[in-house]
Write a protein that binds this ligand. Sequence first.
Ligand code: PRT
Length: 109
Amino acid sequence: MSERDDILQAVYEVILDRKGALPESSYTASLLHKGIDKILKKIGEEATEVIIAGKGGIREEIIYETADLFFHTLILLGHYDIAPRDVYDELRRRFGTSGHVEKANRNGR
Ligand SMILES: N=c1c2ncn([C@@H]3O[C@H](COP(=O)(O)OP(=O)(O)OP(=O)(O)O)[C@@H](O)[C@H]3O)c2ncn1[C@@H]1O[C@H](COP(=O)(O)O)[C@@H](O)[C@H]1O
């Protein structure tokens, strides 16, 4: 898959553009402007909504709330200039390794 077809990458690039935008010009710009504590608060709220949707078991709501969580997590990555591909690389590094083995190799993290 090319980066152009990767929606997480595409949204991430919009988020980076919004870093230079006026807060009143967009939701993303206003959240970035409010700073890291507000970004983290939104992630906490969105994660809670994923949990509630997960308990409810309604497919569309789980998808909708997960998209909100992904989006706000991308804003966190954007805040720190961490590209989605860095997260993909970490997942690739873990791919094929059992979760139990991966945990044992975390060296106290
Ligand atoms: N994917 C999203 C996306 N997902 C969710 N949201 C917004 O995230 C907000 C979360 O909803 P909430 O009700 O929790 O938030 P709120 O009440 O508006 O905000 P708070 O007062 O709680 O902080 C809503 O305003 C949603 O519209 C998004 N806003 C933007 N994007 C993407 O980001 C791009 C840039 O958006 P703008 O920054 O608005 O131009 C868009 O083209 C989209 O691709």
